[in-house]
Design a protein around this ligand. Structure first.
Ligand SMILES: CC(C)(COP(=O)(O)OP(=O)(O)OC[C@H]1O[C@@H](n2cnc3c(N)ncnc32)[C@H](O)[C@@H]1OP(=O)(O)O)[C@@H](O)C(=O)NCCC(=O)NCCS
Length: 169
C-alpha cells in the first residue's frame, strides 16, 4: 500500500465552549472534549485509510488545563503510526486567547482506531512515513503504546510486550 505522511490525515476542528457543555465550575465538561476528540480522530482515521474506522481504544488523555466557558477550542488530529489495521491518532488541543489570538496547548490525547469493511472486520491500512521531528518521536513511541494498550485490555501477554519492557530495563 502507498505510504502516507501524518499531514495527509490532518484534521482541524475548531468550536466554541457553550453553557450546555460545561461543568459546575463553568469549564468544558471532560466528556464533551472526549467526544469532540473522538470525532476529529474518526475523520483523521478515515482520511488515512479511506475506509470506515471505529474507535478501538482511548489510550491516553491528559486534562492538563481547564477550558473556560466561551473559549475557542481547536483540536488537531493526525495519524502518528499505523500497524496492520489499526492507527494511532495523536490529538493536540489548543485554546485561543480572545484578544491576542495566541494559541496555547490545553490538553492532549491518543486514540486507536481500526479500519473495517462493511461487515466490521479489520482491513489493512497504508503505512505512515513521519516527516517532522515531533512526528518521528510520536511514531517511534507508538509501538510501546500499542503494546501497553493491548496488555491493559488483556489482549497481549505482558511477556510478549518486548518494546514496552525495554523501557524499564
Ligand atoms: C476494534 C475492533 C474492530 C477490533 O476487532 P478484533 O476482532 O478485536 O480484531 P483484531 O484482534 O484483529 O484487532 C484489530 C486491530 O486492532 C488492534 N486493537 C484491538 N484492540 C486494541 C486495543 N485495546 N488497543 C490497541 N489496539 C487494539 C489490534 O492490535 C489489531 O491491530 P493491527 O491489525 O494493526 O495489528 C472490534 O473490537 C470492534 O468492532 N470494536 C467496537 C468498536 C466500536 O464500536 N467503537 C465505538 C465504541 S462506542
Amino acid at each position: 500500500m502507498h505510504p502516507k505522511s501524518p499531514s495527509d490525515s490532518l484534521t482541524i476542528l475548531t468550536d466554541l465552549v457553550l453553557p450546555s457543555e460545561t461543568n459546575p465550575l463553568n469549564n468544558l465538561f471532560g466528556g464533551e472534549l472526549l467526544a469532540r476528540m473522538d470525532r476529529a480522530a474518526s475523520i483523521t482515521a478515515q482520511r488515512h485509510s479511506r475506509r470506515v474506522a471505529v474507535t478501538a481504544s482511548v489510550n491516553h488523555v491528559a486534562f492538563n488545563r481547564a477550558i473556560p466557558l466561551g473559549s475557542v477550542v481547536t483540536i488537531e488530529a493526525k495519524v502518528s503510526r499505523s500497524f496492520k489495521s489499526s492507527m494511532e491518532i495523536y490529538l493536540d488541543v489548543w485554546i485561543e486567547d480572545r484578544e491576542t489570538g495566541i494559541k496555547s496547548k490545553a490538553n492532549e490525547a491518543i486514540y486507536t482506531f481500526v479500519a473495517v469493511d462493511d461487515t466490521g472486520s479489520p482491513v489493512e491500512v497504508p503505512p505512515v512515513i513521519p516527516e517532522t521531528e515531533l512526528e518521528k518521536e510520536r511514531f517511534n513511541a507508538a509501538l510501546r503504546r500499542k503494546q501497553l494498550s493491548l496488555v491493559l485490555a488483556g489482549k497481549m501477554n505482558p511477556h510478549e510486550a518486548t518494546e514496552l519492557k525495554a523501557l524499564f530495563s
